[in-house]
Design a binder for this molecule. Structure first.
Ligand code: NAD
Length: 432
């Protein structure tokens, strides 16, 4: 039985330590020289900035923002901006590393980037939030741009915030630069299908997994943690594919309806009330109740470190689809793998977002907008191919899906290092 994934008797929860360990393991399995791990374990650049905001009551508060650019060996760095009180440098760096691997897995010419501001956005008025968003872009201006580093939405940021950020960048440059940011409103260069891309991609990977195991989706049930952009859209596409969503939780509580929830009604309810809690006809449940529930598919779509040594043993799902980034601790992962749960790892499962962000950037570069059907078709192609490659690596190396995804991601980054003349004499184990 594999040893517990602990350090000094404690669970490992630092996302940067987790990302580094997984990358190191992949470089060893791939028999890459040590220098490759040395390059990948550190971000190329991290910027920490101060953003003073005048509050509505006249006080000035100085917020801290962070932007990490992991590696640009495949292309300009790319990744979302998160507004959350628990943002830390280690978290942002880990998220940027995962972005590099994700882009490599779906085979798009981007490196990994990520940003965050340490703030509880619920405590800010709309004007304060706009000042904060614009200030972040002013401070980062020297190191971001469509050929350098391209932001996007993440936790607690949305189309509206992307619109403000784009406007600030355009003013600084003195002309329109739509390819500077993705996930922006359609009217100023956003892409059809971007809003739905991550959730749609999650469901594509679930469908691919179901095909491999001959599962009938219409007989399956799902539970989802988080009902923001990713969680709600995932729920919507599960419903379209006849999967019954029986429970959902968010930061405000949880709702359980054994007969299956009407997702359009739930989305409308959350728009009005700000939480799934109290959804008419549902019973209140906690995250712990939901993780332990009888169901076929469990989808963490909120934050890091949600599936741990404490709750993984109770999970009964057959498939865990990691829509969030880093939702599982190494110990939570070990327990689930031992139980034979099929895990679709984050760097594959939620890669639909960056894929359509890439399509948005391409359309901005061409000054031409694609129709929604074209975006969806291209997204499906990318996600199905990415799933296939990772699954093949799993078979070839007789490893689990997470390790296979790291082998594909790290392997492709190593291939780029060969192409750039940084390393020599190495061959990818499978043709991809
Ligand atoms: P969001 O801000 O739209 O939604 C976050 C959701 O998580 C909210 O419903 C919130 O209430 C819930 N939540 C927060 N704390 C919780 C808790 N303790 N228990 C239960 N629910 C909780 O954010 P999002 O864009 O949907 O992102 C969710 C996850 O998906 C993040 O890990 C993010 O990095 C990842 N992701 C997002 C995208 C994207 O395109 N937005 C792409 C790839 C990955």
């Amino acid at each position: 039985m594999p040893a517990k994934e602990e350090k000094n008797g404690e669970e490992i929860t630092n996302p940067y330590q987790i990302a580094k360990r997984l990358i190191e393991r992949a470089t060893k399995t791939l028999e890459l020289q040590e220098g490759v791990y040395d390059i990948l374990k550190k971000p190329k650049r991290v910027m920490k900035v101060s953003i003073p905001v005048r509050r509505d009551n006249g006080d000035v508060v100085n917020y801290t923002g962070i932007r990490a650019q992991h590696t640009d060996i495949l292309g300009p760095t790319k990744g979302g901006v998160r507004f959350h009180q628990n943002v830390s440098e280690d978290e942002v760096v880990a998220l940027s590393m995962w972005m590099s691997l994700k882009a490599a897995i779906v085979s798009i010419p981007f490196g990994g980037g990520k940003g965050g501001i340490i703030v509880n956005p619920d405590e800010l008025s709309e004007r304060e939030l706009e000042e904060l968003s614009r200030g972040f872009i002013r401070e980062l201006e020297p190191v971001i741009g469509p050929e350098k580093d391209i932001p996007a939405p993440d936790v607690n940021t949305d189309q509206k915030i992307m619109g403000w950020m784009l406007d600030e960048f355009d003013r600084l440059r003195g002309h329109n630069v739509p390819g500077f940011i993705t996930g922006k409103p359609l009217i100023i260069g956003g892409s059809e299908g971007r809003l739905e891309a991550t959730g749609r991609g999650v469901v594509i990977t679930i469908k691919e997994a179901a095909k491999r195991f001959d599962y009938d989706l219409s007989k399956m049930t799902a539970v989802i943690q988080g009902f923001g952009n990713v969680g709600s859209i995932t729920a919507k596409y599960l419903e379209i594919n006849n999967v019954k969503v029986v429970a959902v939780t968010d930061a405000g509580g949880g709702a359980y309806q054994p007969k299956g929830m009407n997702i359009s009604e739930l989305i409308e309810y959350v728009k009005e009330k700000g939480t799934v809690s109290g959804f008419p006809g549902s019973e209140e449940i906690s995250n712990d109740d939901m993780f332990a529930m009888e169901c076929d598919i469990l989808i963490p779509a909120a934050l890091e470190n949600q599936i741990t040594g404490n709750n993984a043993g109770a999970i009964k799902a057959k498939i865990v689809a990691e829509a969030a980034n880093g939702p599982t601790t190494p110990e939570g992962n070990r327990i689930m793998e031992e139980k034979g749960i099929f895990i679709i790892p984050d760097i594959l499962c939620n890669a639909g977002g960056v894929t359509v962000s890439y399509f948005e950037w391409v359309q901005n570069t061409m000054h031409y907008a694609w129709k929604e059907a074209e975006v969806i078709e291209k997204l499906e192609e990318k996600m199905i191919e990415a799933f296939k490659i990772v699954y093949e690596m799993r078979e070839e190396k007789r490893v689990k899906m997470r390790e296979a995804a790291y082998l594909v991601g790290v392997g492709r980054l190593a291939q780029a290092m060969i192409a750039r003349g940084w390393i020599k004499n190495w061959k990818m184990p499978i043709d991809c």
